[in-house]
Design a protein around this ligand. Sequence first.
Ligand SMILES: [Ca+2]
Ligand SMILES: [Ca+2]
Length: 87
Amino acid sequence: MEEEAAKRESVLLSDECTCQSMASWEFQQLDANYDGHLSDSELLQLKTSSDGMESACIGQFTAACDHDKDGMLSEKEWCCCFADVRK
Ligand SMILES: [Ca+2]
Ligand SMILES: [Ca+2]
């Protein structure tokens, strides 16, 4: 278990996150205009597809994952976020 956590942490720190196929697939589903980034409005699709997920949560999710603070999530940021969430 500790080994797993250490591995995950090193992945996050290296700024190179491995995209799990599930995360990558989800990203492509959400990227409605295929620009390679998820905007807040695209992320709002999560709200309608996930029961009980409020837009405030989406905002926190975006803020936590948007490492370069451009207001959108790249696939890399998205994948890193997934790796982070799966604790
Ligand atoms: Ca997009
Ligand atoms: Ca970003």
